[in-house]
Every structure is written in C-alpha cells, then in structure tokens.
Write a protein that binds this ligand. Sequence first.
Ligand code: 3NM
Length: 224
Amino acid sequence: MKETADARFSRRLAERLRLYFVMGSVNCRQDPVLTLEAAIRGGITAFQYREKGRGALTGDDREQLGVKLRELCRAHNVLFMVNDDVELALRLEADGVHVGQEDEAAAIVRRRMPAGILGVSAHDVLEAEEAVRCGADYLGVGPMYMTRTKPDIREVRGPGVIRDIRASGLSLPIVGIGGIEQGRAEAVVRAGADGVAVISAIAQAEEPRQAAERLLTECSPKFA
Ligand code: 3NM
C-alpha cells in the first residue's frame, strides 16, 4: 500500500526527533553556544530553545542568543524548535514550536503557525488524544523519571505511559522527556518512543559531546 503524505511526514519527523536536546542559557554548565556546538558534534538530531526559569534571558538578549543557536542548527541540518513562543519562533524562522499543557493552547498555536511543526507535551492517553485533535505533529511525553530541571512536573509515570499511548492506537511521533540520563534512554524507546528529549543529561555533562554520543547509541534501534 502506498504511504500517505501524512504518514511520510510523520515517519521523517520521527527520524529527526531521535535525540532531541532542549535547553536555554540557565541549563548550561558552559556557554550555551559552545554547549550546542558540542551536542551537535555528538549527534543530536533536534534542538529546542527553551529560555525559561530564574535568571533566563529576556528581550533582545533572548532573541540574539536564539539567532546564534538557530544558525548553528541550520548549518548542521538539526531541527530547530522554540518553546512556547510563537512570535519568537516566527522571528527566528524556527522549524516549529513546542507547547506544554499550561502554555498557549495548541489549537491556537496551530492556527498562528500553520506551516510549522507543532510539538505538544502530554502526560497521559487523554492529553495525547486531545493534542492530536489540536493538530500536534509530535508529542513530548513525560516525566519519564524524576527530574530536578523542571519544578512543576506532573507525577512520574515511567515509560509505561508511552506504551499506553501506543496501545490506544496513536501513531504520531513521540519523544519521552524528564530525567532521562545515560542508561535510561533505551527503555523509553523500547516502550514505543521514537526518541528521547533531554536537558541536563547533555547541558550539565562535563563533556556534552560524549554525553550526546552515548545517548544516541542508546536510543538507536538495535532491536527488531
Ligand atoms: N518537560 P531533564 S520534564 C522540560 O514532563 C520538561 O513534560 C517535562 O529535563 C515533562 O532532561 C522536563 O534535565 C525537564 O530531566 C527535562
């Protein structure tokens, strides 16, 4: 049977979401540009600019850092997403926007950025189904494990929630997020995720490049 255009888009997007690095300046041990450069050398396939939290850059500083990070991604064919800010995403000519359940409603973002990739955070089957109705192109499902990076996380559900979402019949690309460190990525992919999204496992690593390389190996399909 011939693959539909939607199915082809999803399959290609899933491949590009295998190792999804999320960060802003407050998450990094070193300079964010150097951190992203190292992560790209380590093989990340997607990046989300998430300039959030105490001490985060604002205004022009936020945008200028975004321009530098976008340039890096563009030069290396890494997907460039912006967290929760359609205006910034449009100004930065990002590939798309990622929104949480608490952020601007996904359906509104979809209307304001019809051609961009829309990622939505979901925590259970009902939220996943609602995100699909709102036009999500992929889901970020978490928290997989306990994390100290995001203070307002929901209950930790583990990779089983991805298995539940897949069992409900959802075929959209999924990345697991939350507390995914070395040694935890494979379980997330085995549960049905197409990739993993991480902040501290790369941004807080002494060697972000090596951290990314190891995670990429862990979440690359080596099982049938
Ligand atoms: N969203 P780390 S958990 C941004 O559960 C984010 O939706 C989550 O950081 C969710 O990789 C999370 O350092 C933080 O644990 C991920």
